[in-house]
Design a protein around this ligand. Structure first.
Ligand code: SAH
Length: 379
């Protein structure tokens, strides 16, 4: 792996107005307050969402004094890069960003032949407490704002659009973000309104304009949120982190299972499928000797029988000081085989970026543990 850039954590970032928190009408009001005509909002909006400008200086059709004024009091890049790491194969880029109040969040860009999938965070930290997850260990700091969620995508859109930015990657097409997964830090349905505001900005043809079907939201299984999602207009994909087919085991791994037990989650998913007719993904992190036995595969197959679903098996990303270890390749294959024989479409996900701490919350943890932010040892 290579660490592309490291900067010391700034102690206090200036509190600038983030234009990413505004819709077009709010941006027009803001610019009108600076004495600008209404058409300026359209220009600035296009620089942000269509031309992926990284700063005001490049907005060449704006008057110079306006650019100077905006640079002094506003921002379109509210995330400060703390650390950026590129995997050995140069196909996975993991970043740690600092927010204006010092909180940190992670995002991961994965480059495939045709797709460029971005994994983004919805909260700083997480309140769900999953016992195998690095993010859970620090608890929840706060919700991300819509602008902070959108900012993660724009950061990488700028990065991909500018071929002069290192590193040269192994794939060259396509040059923009093609898929987004809300599988970084946080529980997206625990920050519902802000996540949905961001999703509208990301899918709106007038803004970032990514097809809703190219976006997947992953949830720990908050049943009321799944019901709410089923009523949304946007066709965002749903993934549910199941990890166990029964309450006894799932409660050990996913403590919120006490509030939303397996059968309630599955009932909400069935309602979701009935309303949307969309295939749902179940995520299942395989942990050696914990949730990977043939008997559990049978039990899982029984629970999912007849559902329009797909199971994504992920060998656990081991985290330090954890009692859980990843399942062997042979045991993962056996688990997958049982599900397939029962007629459940199943894939075993390739582990991406494991040497760069690409698992949820792992980079932040490594950086926080290092004594000096400027001298981080990852791994
Ligand atoms: N809160 C949401 C989304 C964030 S986590 C959710 O629970 O779905 C994204 C996925 O990574 C979830 O399926 C989560 O269970 C999984 N995950 C967390 N830590 C992991 C680890 N150490 N190894 C493998 N998967 C992990």
């Amino acid at each position: 792996m290579t660490i592309r850039m490291q900067i010391a954590l700034p102690t206090e970032a200036p509190a600038r107005r983030s234009l990413l928190e505004m819709d077009q009408a709010q941006l027009a009001d803001y610019l009108a307050g600076l004495g600008q005509p209404r058409f300026r909002a359209r220009q600035v909006w296009e620089w942000i969402y269509k031309r992926f400008a990284g700063d005001f200086a490049t907005m060449s059709n704006l008057p110079k004094d306006l650019r100077t004024r905006l640079a002094a009091e506003a921002t379109i890049a509210p995330l400060t890069l703390v650390t950026e790491i590129v995997s050995q194969d140069r196909d996975t880029v993991k970043t740690l960003f600092q927010l204006h109040d010092g909180q940190t969040i992670e995002a991961v860009l994965m480059l495939y032949d045709e797709r460029r999938t971005l994994c983004i965070s919805s909260q700083a930290g997480c309140a769900m407490g999953c016992t195998f997850c690095a993010t859970a260990q620090g608890g929840l700091a706060r919700n991300l704002t819509p602008g902070e969620i959108v900012a993660q995508v724009l950061y990488f859109a700028r990065y991909l659009a500018d071929p002069t930015l290192p590193p040269a990657t192994v794939v060259t097409r396509p040059t923009s973000v093609t898929n987004i997964v809300l599988m970084g830090m946080g529980e997206p349905l625990h920050n519902y309104a802000n996540v949905w505001a961001a999703l509208h900005r990301l899918t709106d043809a007038d803004a970032f304009g990514l097809g809703a079907r190219h976006i997947t939201l992953s949830t720990v299984g908050l049943a009321p949120g799944i019901d709410r999602m089923a009523d949304e207009d946007l066709q965002i994909g749903l993934a549910v982190s199941l990890h166990a087919p029964n309450d006894e085991l799932r409660t050990q791994l996913v403590p919120v299972n006490k509030g939303y037990p397996v059968d309630e989650v599955l009932a909400a998913v069935r309602r979701y499928i009935a309303k949307t007719n969309r295939r749902v993904t179940f995520e299942y992190a395989l942990m050696a000797g914990i949730n990977d036995t043939p008997a559990l595969a049978q039990e899982l197959a029984g629970k999912l029988q007849g559902m329009l679903c797909h199971v994504n098996l992920i060998p656990l990303n081991p985290i330090p000081d954890s009692k859980y270890q990843p399942t062997s390749d042979a045991d993962a294959a056996r688990f997958a085989q049982i599900l397939r024989e029962a007629g459940i479409p199943t894939t075993v996900r390739l582990r991406r970026g494991i040497e760069i701490n690409a698992g949820c919350g792992q980079l932040r943890r490594a950086v926080n543990k290092a004594a000096q932010p400027g001298a981080v040892t990852i791994g």
